[in-house]
Design a protein around this ligand. Structure first.
Ligand SMILES: Nc1ncnc2c1ncn2[C@@H]1O[C@H](COP(=O)(O)OP(=O)(O)OP(=O)(O)O)[C@@H](O)[C@H]1O
Ligand SMILES: Nc1ccn([C@@H]2O[C@H](COP(=O)(O)O)[C@@H](O)[C@H]2O)c(=O)n1
Length: 432
């Protein structure tokens, strides 16, 4: 399992990450499934692959890749990732906050507002971001249309407002968004078509207390947007020339001022949306890759915390049942499955109860972590792990190991994407 088994706190050092993207390596079996996945909104274009220059590897190739990675033989081309050593150690509060994020659920969700004129391609790009980066897409327009169809008492008012191309009262829209967020087992949200005006923005902020990470703004000329909407063909009541023109006016009068507000806070990420769907997505992707890198690092931290505290249920939740490992405890052999590692959790528990001691905790420090993405569904985290072991017979001893941990994003039984630890390599670090 890679390390000590007594109680511990995890201290994190050296984790200042510069998050420009790293390596573009091929898709795994999970991403093949993703490419086939249908969109949440059911729009036909959403099922397509992100295209581009990715190659698809078979499962066998993936195993080979892992073996090479584990043996340190794999060169990650195009890497521009760098890590600064010696960053400050996190406080206990920060560590606790990280624990929340590592499990992808916290009271502080990651929200990105997606804005742009009607027909600029917001929904199309959101579907691609969902496919590749595991965000939940909440379209304010879709939620309002669903509310009409649910027969709600507000239905007629919402329907008339949409037909007129006007903006629905904010408390209605914010309530729908808040409910959808609460019902979702996710910490990452793309909120599309919102905030449409200053009132939307103020009510959302007041009700939820959430500040967006950034505003993804699709910039597109009116004639292009008009052409796209008129050929959208989804049976929307507002996709007619008269309403489209009204919506353009509302966009200029009410939504552009919101974008301007966020400009002053440095949060707008403006994308030229006139190019093809795949070209636009190529411009969008760099804005999301660092989230994946952060999540992998959080997941690794949570795993180590689980090991240090003897918390097997956390370890089991984060690891694939067929986890493979090279580690000193396995005497140079590749071990597969969790039983080998569970032995050490059980041993730690038994030793603790027989000695009856409750001494200070084992403490792990991650030094110089690097996160390399292999496509969007797999990643490798490497670092040196220092473990301070308080108990005898090695009281006060610090061990140093180099660890390489491979993660794959997979769908769980509930159909949700989650990261699973699938392989690690751990060896003693040369001491200085
Ligand atoms: N880059 C693009 N090039 C050409 N067509 C596109 C592009 N992006 C989206 N489209 C098409 O334009 C239409 C409008 O796109 P989409 O529904 O994503 O826009 P939107 O910004 O979400 O619109 P709305 O605000 O009205 O809901 C769709 O039919 C979509 O297939
Ligand atoms: N925050 C919002 C978002 C949408 N509306 C109304 O829905 C219409 C369609 O929205 P799309 O994002 O799907 O284009 C829009 O024209 C508004 O009437 C809203 O009121 N508030």
């Amino acid at each position: 399992m890679g390390g000590g088994s007594a109680r511990s706190a995890l201290t994190l050092a050296s984790r200042t990450l510069r998050t420009r993207c790293v390596t573009y390596l091929p898709a795994t079996s999970a991403s093949l499934q993703l490419l086939e996945a249908k969109s949440l909104t059911g729009r036909p274009e959403n099922g397509s692959s992100s295209g581009g220059d990715q190659h698809i590897f078979s499962k066998d190739s993936w195993q080979t890749l892992l073996t090479f990675a584990a043996a340190g033989l794999m060169a990650f081309t195009g890497s521009s990732f760098s890590v600064a050593a010696g960053a400050p150690v996190l406080t206990e509060d920060e560590t606790a906050e990280n624990a929340g994020r590592a499990s992808f659920k916290s009271t502080n969700p990651r929200v990105i507002f997606v804005l742009g004129g009607p027909g600029s391609g917001k929904g199309t790009q959101c579907a691609k971001i969902v496919d590749s980066y595991g965000f939940v897409h909440l379209s304010a327009g879709d939620l309002l249309r669903a509310e009409i169809n649910s027969g709600s008492e507000n239905g007629t008012m919402i329907q008339n407002t949409i037909k007129e191309g006007k903006i629905v009262p904010s408390e209605v829209t914010v309530r729908l968004l808040q409910k959808a967020m609460e019902e979702c087992n996710s910490n990452n949200f793309l909120i599309d078509g919102f905030p449409r005006n200053e009132e939307n923005r103020a009510v959302f902020e007041h009700v939820t207390g959430i500040e967006p990470e950034f505003i993804l703004f699709f910039d597109c000329p009116e004639e292009e947007m008009e052409k796209r909407i008129l050929s959208r063909n989804q049976g929307r009541e507002d996709d007619n020339l008269e309403t489209i023109r009204k919506r353009f006016k509302v966009f200029l009068d009410s939504t552009v001022p919101v974008v301007n507000h966020y400009e002053t806070t440095g949060k707008v990420r403006k994308i030229n949306a006139t190019r093809s769907v795949d070209d636009v997505f190529d411009m969008v992707q760099p804005l999301f890759k660092h989230f994946v890198q952060d999540d992998l690092l959080w997941a690794t931290e949570e795993l180590l915390r689980g090991i240090d505290t003897g918390d097997y249920s956390t370890y089991q939740r984060l690891c694939h049942p067929k986890l493979t490992a090279f580690e000193p405890e396995a005497q140079g052999q590749l071990v597969e499955g969790l039983d080998f590692h569970k032995f050490y959790f059980d041993l730690g528990k038994a030793l603790k109860s027989s000695s009856g001691t409750h001494g200070p905790a084992v403490q792990s420090t991650i030094v110089a972590p690097k996160v390399v993405l292999l496509g969007t569904n797999a990643g490798v985290v490497t670092y040196t792990r220092l473990q301070q072991i308080p108990s005898s017979p090695k009281a006060g001893h610090t061990s140093a190991h180099n660890e390489t941990r491979v993660w794959e994003r997979q769908k769980n039984d509930a159909g949700e994407w989650e990261w699973k630890h699938i392989h690690f390599h751990r060896s003693a670090a040369p001491t200085t």
